[in-house]
Design a binder for this molecule. Structure first.
Ligand code: DOR
Length: 433
């Protein structure tokens, strides 16, 4: 099967060019093919931009065990709509992904259910070092240094030392210091309002844990990725770290602040918590100057019913995969960044950080995971149109300019003009390492 995409502005690694792109089966075959080339489908993409499929390296799809919130079918459909062609999923499911059996089970179910490409982290526990040493079909090890949703937590120094010393896969971590969070919570009587959430999971909790994890990684010469950076202090600290260390920011930490609790309450209750507008600015600065490598969602759906419980019963987390690219394209239109920067942060960098084979750029031989983007399209995010099983978005009612209009996964159209093609299946990611 050959598809010829004509007349798009194609975002290449170093430039944007008006060239045709030929897809053959699951790969990008040719850039600028000869005019007489034939194809099964010719797509006229005049006025549109062609970018590599987005790679989201931090999602929670709740499958198995918490599938009333999301599952691998609904989560991957939401990805297709949002222009995400590959996701890497977190281990805090039920059961947790902390054994080789659980990892293989997830991979087998994903192959049946997912319409985009997939990979799954292996979760660290205080005593599964053998698993962490032998796992291969995974991008890396996830450590919760500080508890969040679920029971995964490794706070003990000797367990952390062993993980950094004895394993070889890249490690990523949720960095919020457990004892700081507990002390804050006690001081505030457990917290009464959602604004208290940012006092409990405060700036100190984030920077203490990030420093601690980075110190371990640097000392053991271990590749380490800081998930969801939320504070100006972390950005400043990350400017001083070695190239073993990479980091990411999430749309909610870039775009929401504590000023939004009055309007949105638990809908913006997240771990790490949202911080101040000064932190928003510092995170943007960190992205723009290369201190922060990439943008990922931490898509963490809960039902509205669960979210409506009073604080602190309300769970932390918000869904975002179907809107993250549009949120960033809207920032391109606002002049905050360029389309090439968005492609670097959401496509090329996650492929590089996780050594994903054949992903993240438009180049012959690479996988035909592609997205056509209409930078002028205006659409309003509405809860009732969300594909995530949780059925809501904290950006409900927000109009964005710049949307994905067509998504290909391995050469197959999986989303086009509002329709998701449910017969498409993605593939397990593989690694260059
Ligand atoms: O707010 C969050 N919720 N942060 C996380 O890191 C985990 C997530 C979840 O799984 O609900």
């Amino acid at each position: 099967m050959k598809t010829l995409i004509r007349n798009a502005s194609v975002v290449l690694p170093g430039s944007i060019e008006n060239i045709d792109v030929l897809i053959e089966n699951d790969s990008i075959a040719l850039l600028n093919p000869p005019p007489e080339i034939s194809a099964d489908e010719v797509v006229d993409a005049s006025g549109l931009w062609l970018i590599p499929g987005v790679i989201d390296d931090q999602v929670h799809f709740r499958d198995p065990g918490l599938t009333h919130k999301e599952d691998l079918t609904t989560g991957s459909r939401a990805c297709a709509k949002g222009g995400i062609t590959t996701f890497l999923e977190m281990p805090n499911t039920k059961p947790t992904t902390t054994t080789l059996e659980a990892l293989e089970q997830k991979l087998a179910v994903a192959a049946e259910k997912c319409c985009v490409n997939f990979g799954f982290y292996i979760g660290a526990t205080p005593d599964n070092i053998q698993v962490l040493k032998t796992a291969q079909r995974t991008p890396g090890i996830k450590i919760f240094i500080g508890s969040s949703t679920g029971s995964l937590l490794v706070d003990d120094q000797s367990a952390l030392e062993r993980i950094f010393a004895e394993t070889s896969l890249p490690i990523c971590a949720h960095c919020e210091d457990e004892s700081t969070v507990r002390a804050n919570s006690e001081r505030l009587g457990g917290g009464k309002t959602w604004a208290d959430h940012s006092q409990i999971r405060d700036h100190q909790a984030a920077i203490i844990a990030t420093r601690r994890a980075v110190e371990l990684a640097e000392r053991h010469r271990h590749r380490f990725h800081v998930l969801h950076v939320s504070t100006a202090q972390e950005v400043e600290f990350l400017r001083t770290t070695s190239d073993l260390i990479t980091a990411e920011a999430c749309p909610h930490h870039l775009l929401f602040s504590i000023e939004d609790y009055d309007r949105l309450g638990s809908l913006v209750q997240m771990n790490p918590s949202i911080k101040t507008t000064a932190d928003n600015e510092a995170l943007w600065q960190g992205l723009l100057d290369g201190t922060i490598d990439l943008v990922a969602t931490d898509h963490a759906p809960h039902t509205l019913e669960e979210k409506r419980q009073p604080y602190p019963k309300s769970p932390s987390g918000l869904p975002a995969v179907e809107n993250s690219l549009a949120l960033m394209l809207n920032e391109v239109n606002r002049g905050r960044c360029t389309l090439q920067q968005v492609v670097a942060w959401m496509c090329a960098a996650p492929a590089k950080v996780w050594n994903l084979h054949g992903k993240g750029r438009i180049q012959p031989g690479y996988d035909a995971d592609l997205v056509l983007v209409d930078l002028n399209r205006k659409e309003t995010i509405l809860n009732e149109q969300q594909v995530t099983k949780s059925g809501w978005s904290p950006w409900h009612g927000v109009t964005l300019t710049g949307w994905p209009v067509r998504t290909w996964v391995l050469g197959q159209t999986v989303f086009q003009d509002g329709r998701i093609f449910d017969d498409v299946r993605g593939r397990e990611v593989t690694f260059d390492r």
